[in-house]
Design a protein around this ligand. Structure first.
Ligand SMILES: Nc1nc2c(ncn2[C@@H]2O[C@H](COP(=O)(O)OP(=O)(O)OP(=O)(O)O)[C@@H](O)[C@H]2O)c(=O)[nH]1
Ligand SMILES: [Mg+2]
Length: 282
């Protein structure tokens, strides 16, 4: 998947592009990763779309803890016209999104002689599932991943239903960089290029978080009697349990790290949400 380097000039261009696209739409679908709704949020989105209708979509909700996703839904309702849980791979949540759009369209057109089509765009940070959602909504394969912002081209509208039109290119927003925990959360969820981080360090950081929040998920999955007293010890215990060893019994940290990260990201470890509303922990 193509990745973007967010240097300041690029951010400025992106902002301008989104601002100009915003002029064309009535509704913005802000896509968040349900496992990390705060970390996957663009810092200036609120200011950008202040006076538009907004639907917050908690995507990848199949990978998140459903009880916590419900809390997030409640949390975000005060600032959006609707908040929906979505799995844009399987399509659950699509019907609710369409219903929500129809409601906004009908309210807007009520009492109007000339019915105007409702136009929307999808926006979110890289990897949050924008293209998957567009594909699901349009029923077509081929909404491209990794569209480069800042490239001018003709606008294309995709018909989603009677008088509901979707801008074919999503708004790709930059993630927050300042906060190291945000960076880690994005990396845990696979939204940052793995090559930019040391895989073992990343896995150790994830093991540290999971040890605190979900110790039983780790001990059960990797058949450990107990966690180690440090993340490194836990990682070594996982490696030994799985037989991820190199010559002379040395631990294969790389393989163990890759396994823990993959199993977290794919949901094999469980439905795990890393951020909770109204706390700055986790
Ligand atoms: N489990 C799960 N995976 C998802 C979901 N939505 C998207 N994905 C996966 O997440 C990854 C990124 O999805 P994309 O649709 O390419 O995300 P994007 O926002 O278009 O990413 P960029 O184009 O890089 O900005 C892909 O591997 C998808 O298969 C979802 O609801 N659940
Ligand atoms: Mg994409």
């Amino acid at each position: 998947m193509e990745r973007i380097n967010w240097y300041p000039g690029h951010m400025k261009k992106t902002r301008e592009l989104i601002a100009s696209n915003l002029k064309l739409v009535d509704v913005v679908c802000e896509l968040l990763d349900a496992r990390i709704p705060l970390s996957s949020r663009n810092p200036i989105i609120g200011e950008l779309i202040a006076n538009k209708k907004k639907i917050i979509v908690l995507n990848k909700s199949d990978l998140a803890d459903p009880a916590v996703t419900k809390l997030w839904k409640k949390h975000f309702l005060s600032e959006a016209d609707d908040v929906l849980m979505m799995n844009s791979l399987k399509g659950s949540g699509i019907k609710e999104l369409m219903r929500s759009l129809e409601r906004i369209r009908d309210n807007r057109n009520e009492g109007q002689v000339r019915k105007r089509p409702l136009r929307l765009m999808i926006a979110g940070v890289p990897n949050v599932g924008k293209s998957s959602l567009i594909n699901r909504l349009t029923g077509k394969k081929g909404a491209k991943t990794g569209n480069k912002p800042g490239v001018t081209r003709g606008k294309q509208w995709l018909n989603l239903g009677p008088d509901i039109q979707l801008l074919d290119t999503p708004g790709i927003l930059w993630p927050k960089f300042e906060d190291p925990q945000t960076g880690l959360n994005l990396a845990f969820c696979g939204s940052v290029k793995d090559e930019t981080m040391d895989l073992s360090d990343l896995a150790l950081a994830l093991i540290a978080v999971l040890s605190e929040m979900h110790a039983p998920l780790l001990t059960d999955r990797y058949r450990l009697a107990t966690l180690g007293s440090t993340p490194i010890e836990t990682m070594e215990a996982i490696a030994e349990s799985r037989g991820y060893l190199l010559s002379r019994g040395r631990i294969d940290y790389e393989r163990t790290a890759r396994t823990v990260l993959d199993e977290f990201r794919s949901g094999i470890l469980g439905k795990i949400t890393l951020e909770f509303p109204d706390t700055d922990q986790h």
